[in-house]
Write a protein that binds this ligand. Structure first.
Ligand code: CA
Length: 518
């Protein structure tokens, strides 16, 4: 008997749980990859004209891409809480500028907690981004494997006080350091449990600050090519890759942003343009940002390639689902602006694909254009793990679309931004068919329930775009369509979604005894 046990231990790949006769089928392993500030269409396999991402492209050819995937909240940290909980910020209440913090009862219904409860070995690498509010220095306890940090990691992680976790890594640069952490995870997974590994890369966000030049003020950093740094000069990726290309920076770079969103609604001088990041671009700094941004994506591509090789080498490839997404997009000179927290596609749409070993060959390499939300990820992960999602999760499982592309699916998607720092307004919107309608209200920092009850309030600014005719969203049709049935219908839909979510929030907060942080 002992001999048999030893044989099983040797022959069974780690993470591949042996089914017992009459028991549940083998559970899928799950790898959830999240990038930071990566906008849609930024892999070569998604049609980007010059970035090189051969490993992701190869993976995507075996996956299903979702080409209309939107983030529930286009700002780093609340977006991550929405992904963990499968809920809109308005309902879970956690954001940079909201009043609530995540509590233990809420954490119990996040996807990592549910998977752990159901016997998964659960790991986290990278930017968790929720300790601003809650579980300060205690998030590690919620995972079986933890190589995470709060906030944003610097490009050279050893100079960052929040990146102690990566000190033991050989690589000085954050992305390959996280690759080493991925290896550590796979070297320690148990043989008798399925696993779920979430990797939150901190790039390409890390491409536009003083991190590359720790001794130079952020405002000047972007005026100097990163490849001038002696530490990067000969690096195959972070040195001069892409620097000799003719890069078409957005035509509106450095132009008047108030042509698109008026100053009374969003005053760029109140922190949005230059505080923290250099987003008041001129053509030189904008081009440098584009070079660094896409270098970071190629650096990321290399680590994803390594991950796929590791899965194959450890014979996990045929039992592991890979989900890829970003926490939101980024403006990089478009509309005369930089940054996020707006509902333009460039800020709120994300690259997304899913590889599953059991998907039909006929769907591999295809693109699904159905409206997908980041709220769908938690439900999808739970579906692959065979776990019923909690009632409050608002998303649907994308596995349904993968297994049956003609599945009845949502035809409209509510979008919101409740981040109000740096004079950013509250925004609510809807995508339906070719249309996107957005309404904005003056923002309030540390907002409470009353501040996001917009019933009966006249918006401070509205936008209407026809995405088919105007995919760059530069022609606001709101005046042209004033009085039309279309606009009336879209306004009504946004108001209805908004009020419904407010009611759901009130019920949910009672159910979980939501706790204020201020
Ligand atoms: Ca982000």
């Amino acid at each position: 008997m002992r001999t048999i046990i030893v044989l099983v231990a040797v022959l069974l790949p780690v993470g591949m749980v042996l089914p017992v006769a009459g028991s549940e089928p083998v559970k899928k392993n799950i790898v959830f990859l999240l990038t930071d500030d990566q906008r849609d269409n930024t892999f070569s396999g998604m049609g980007h004209p010059w970035v090189k991402t051969p490993h992701v492209d190869r993976l995507m050819r075996q996956a299903v891409r979702f080409s209309n995937a939107y983030i529930a909240e286009p700002t780093c940290s609340p977006s991550r809480v929405s992904i963990l909980t499968g809920m809109h910020e308005r309902v879970h209440g956690i954001g940079f500028t909201s009043s609530y913090k995540l509590n233990e009862r809420q954490w119990e219904t996040t996807y990592p907690a549910l998977l752990r409860d159901h016997g998964y070995h659960v790991g986290f690498i990278g930017k968790i981004g929720i300790e601003y509010y809650t579980f300060r220095n205690r998030v590690a306890d919620k995972f079986d494997f933890w190589r995470g940090h709060n906030g944003w990691a610097k490009f050279f992680h050893r100079t960052a006080s929040n990146c102690d976790m990566y000190r033991r890594c050989e690589a000085d640069i954050i992305t390959p350091a996280m690759g080493e952490c991925i290896d550590d995870f796979f070297n320690g997974i148990p043989v008798d449990k399925p696993f779920c590994l979430s990797v939150s890369f901190s790039v390409p966000h890390g491409s536009q600050t003083k991190s590359m030049y720790p001794n130079i003020p952020a405002a000047r950093d972007m005026m100097i090519p990163a490849g001038d740094n002696p530490k990067l000069k000969d690096h195959p990726i972070y040195g001069n890759l892409y620097r000799d290309l003719k890069i078409d920076i957005p035509v509106e770079t450095g132009s008047d942003p108030y042509r698109f969103i008026p100053k009374r609604v969003m005053d760029q001088s109140k922190g949005r343009a230059s505080r923290t990041y250099k987003y008041d671009y001129d053509p030189v700094s904008c081009k440098e940002h584009h070079v660094r941004y896409y270098q970071q994506i190629t650096g990321l591509d290399r680590e994803i390639g390594e991950l796929v090789e590791t899965l194959k080498r450890k014979r996990l490839w045929r039992n592991t689902v890979i989900i890829f997404a970003s926490d939101h997009g980024l403006l990089m000179g478009e509309y005369g602006m930089g940054g996020k927290a707006l509902l333009y596609d460039l800020a709120s749409k994300i690259p997304c694909f899913i590889y599953s070993p059991d998907m039909k060959d006929s769907v591999r390499g295809t693109t699904c254009d159905k409206l997908v939300s980041s709220l769908d990820f938690a439900t999808t992960i739970l579906d692959y793990a065979g776990i019923e999602p909690p009632q409050h999760m608002a998303g649907r499982s994308l596995r349904m679309l993968i297994d049956n592309p003609s599945t009845q699916w949502r035809t409209e998607l509510f979008l919101e931004n409740l981040y109000t720092g740096r004079d950013t307004p509250f925004s609510e919107g809807i995508r339906q068919g070719d249309w996107k309608y957005i309404r904005m209200f003056d923002g309030v920092v540390d907002y409470g329930e009353g501040d996001v009850n917009f019933a009966g309030r006249k918006p401070d600014f509205e936008q209407l775009f026809n995405l088919k005719e105007d995919p760059r969203e530069t022609v606001n049709l709101i005046d042209k369509y004033e009085g039309s049935e279309l606009l009336k219908k879209l306004r009504h839909k946004v108001a209805t979604h908004s009020e419904t979510l407010n009611r759901q929030r009130d019920v949910y907060k009672k159910a979980v005894s939501a706790t204020a942080r201020r």
